[in-house]
Design a protein around this ligand. Structure first.
Ligand SMILES: O=C(O)CCC(=O)C(=O)O
Length: 246
């Protein structure tokens, strides 16, 4: 597997490249505990979306709170303290189970929207969307630049079962227009990560994932963290913890 070596400076590497792979953040027993917890919860989850293509639980930390103590490992707490020296909070969590041979693919995009509790007029915020699960908005770039996604891989993941592709450095380009995609995506790289490893990315890094051509599942806990407070009158919809405590 093409996994980059661990680093003593994850914040610096993430800032330079917009993504980072850490192959061994969780022990096999810690991964097994997370999978057991998710399997118990998904057996009866009423609002999870299950199909042959993809199974997802949005706001998984809210819906499966037993996961939270399993995430408070010394290694993840240390990583978060290296990324956010002043502390951070979790602002979005999704469990993705991409089954073997799934045709589900995700085209090139940046994660521009954040989940909030209401729609309100605020300078620099917009466009807004309203879906069944709630309101989302594109915030000022500074908020996206102060956020980090941590994808915990619960299965070995390579190009055949839906590893993310990223364009290194593209998080420094601001909001990328569709016309620029063909030129930029020629310089993409695939993020293969073993079970127990994590992939970190800035929301603004261009990313995509292919359909699965393998018999192996690809289960991922996708967690977004931020150090930003929103302006008065607006709140993170999925903010579950005042600060991420070690
Ligand atoms: O998990 C995937 O394959 C894609 C997820 C993604 O692109 C996203 O959550 O923005």
């Amino acid at each position: 597997m093409n996994v980059s070596a661990s680093t003593n400076n994850p914040a610096g590497q993430l800032q330079a490249d917009g993504y980072l792979k850490l192959p061994k953040l969780f022990e096999p027993a810690e991964v097994a505990a997370m999978l057991n917890c998710l399997e118990s919860a998904t057996a009866g989850a009423p609002d999870a979306r299950r199909s042959r293509e993809v199974f997802a639980i949005r706001d998984v930390l809210g819906k499966v709170p037993d996961l939270v103590p399993l995430l408070h490992t010394p290694a993840l707490c240390k990583l978060l303290s290296q990324l956010f020296s002043g502390g951070c909070h979790s602002v979005k969590s999704i469990y993705f189970d991409k089954p073997a041979l799934s045709n589900w693919f995700v085209p090139w995009h940046q994660d521009l929207m954040i989940n909030v509790d209401r729609r309100t007029d605020l300078a620099g915020f917009g466009p807004w969307t309203s879906k069944a699960e709630g309101v989302s908005v594109q915030p000022p770039l500074a908020i996206l630049q102060n956020s980090c996604t941590i994808r915990i891989h619960l299965d070995d993941c390579d190009a055949s079962n839906g590893a993310l592709h990223v364009v290194p450095g593209s998080h420094q380009l601001g909001v990328v227009l569709p016309a620029a995609l063909p030129g930029l995506t020629q310089h993409s790289t695939v993020c293969e990560v073993p079970a127990g490893g994590v992939m970190l990315m800035r929301p603004l890094v261009l990313h995509a994932s292919n359909r699965s051509t393998s018999n192996q599942p690809r289960r991922v806990l996708h967690l977004e963290f931020s150090a930003s407070e929103l302006p008065a009158g607006l709140h993170w919809r999925e903010r579950r913890f005042a600060r991420w405590q070690g």
